[in-house]
Design a binder for this molecule. Structure first.
Ligand code: PAF
Length: 297
């Protein structure tokens, strides 16, 4: 029989649960989530466990209003605490921190927030201008409350992972940020809490995002232009996929040089709307040495 995680709903409860491992010098792992947990989250928990060994793994569950813009899916975002606790029990999570709004934002939105810089204005940030300020502010708070040695984020939200890493480095937060590989459904669709919004028809076409990235990656040896064209050709096969962006950027999401050196490790990223659901995905890509031009980046 698996014993479940201890549920902490307040900062005090959390601090109490973590004080013994902290004083005995055990490493603490954090997996920040917004709940609606799935197998992808379970893999993040396993990464954290592999890092902290006997130390406690904490999963935080908090749907963070600060990272949702007006008209986004804050109200309909799935809240499934009972099922989340079951998944955490099965994965041997020690503590689930599921605070209420007042616990995270006593007195409302904080006056001091994290300014995420220029990377937060492109890709996801171009359509969600306040999103990463909200993400980084809540992640900074969670890191401050849990004070983990390692925090694990999924590579599926690659821009988020990149910005969290940048914040931890730039603000000397003294925490290791680990990026765990994306888990996929059998047809390639990246696991995401938002997949459950898809109706049957959109779900059937959603795998096109993965196929496009895979085609792009395959053609990477021929350079950025060819890779992007191969990826776009896959998207054109789908009738219900409304493409938002499909780009190749440097691994840190900066611009690629005009002349890409052979073997450059980069990232191919896609975002698209399927009905009312917006999905994102990305993959690493190795680029061959073919000259690029401005429009490719
Ligand atoms: O990736 C998420 O689920 C959220 O953006 C995070 C990191 C938990 C912050 O609310």
């Amino acid at each position: 029989m698996t014993t479940g995680p201890v549920l902490a709903e307040t900062r005090e409860e959390l601090a109490g649960l973590l004080s013994a491992p902290r004083t005995t010098g055990r490493s603490i792992g954090l997996v920040p989530t917004m709940g609606a947990l799935h197998e992808g989250h379970a893999s993040l928990v396993r990464e954290a466990r592999a890092r902290v060994g006997e130390g406690p793994v904490v999963v935080s569950i908090f749907v963070n209003p600060m990272q949702f813009g007006p008209g986004e899916d804050l109200d309909r975002y799935p809240r499934t605490l009972e099922a989340d606790l079951e998944l955490c029990a099965a994965e041997g999570v020690d503590v689930v921190f599921a605070p209420g709004l007042d616990e995270v934002y006593p007195g409302g939105e904080p006056a001091v927030t994290i300014e995420p810089g220029p990377l937060a204005r492109v890709l996801e940030g171009a359509v969600r201008p306040t999103h990463f300020r909200g993400v980084l502010t809540v992640v900074a708070k969670l890191l401050g409350l849990v004070r983990p040695d390692v925090a694990v984020f999924g590579q599926k939200d690659y821009q988020q992972l990149t910005l969290v890493r940048r914040m931890a480095t730039d603000l000397c937060m003294g925490v290791e940020i680990l990026g765990a590989e994306t888990l996929r459904e059998p047809d390639g669709l990246a696991m995401s809490s938002r997949n459950r919004y898809l109706d049957t028809e959109h779900r059937r076409e959603a795998m096109v995002l993965h196929n496009a990235l895979a085609a792009g990656r395959e053609a990477g040896v021929w350079g950025v232009e060819v890779a992007l064209e191969s990826a776009r050709a896959e998207v054109r096969r789908a009738k219900l996929v409304d493409l938002d962006y499909l780009v190749i950027r440097a691994a840190d999401l900066g611009d690629l040089p005009v002349d890409v050196p052979d073997g450059t490790q980069a990232r191919i990223l896609v975002a698209a709307r399927l009905g009312s659901t917006r999905l994102i995905d990305n993959m690493p890509i190795t680029l061959g040495r073919v000259p690029t031009h401005e429009g490719a980046r």
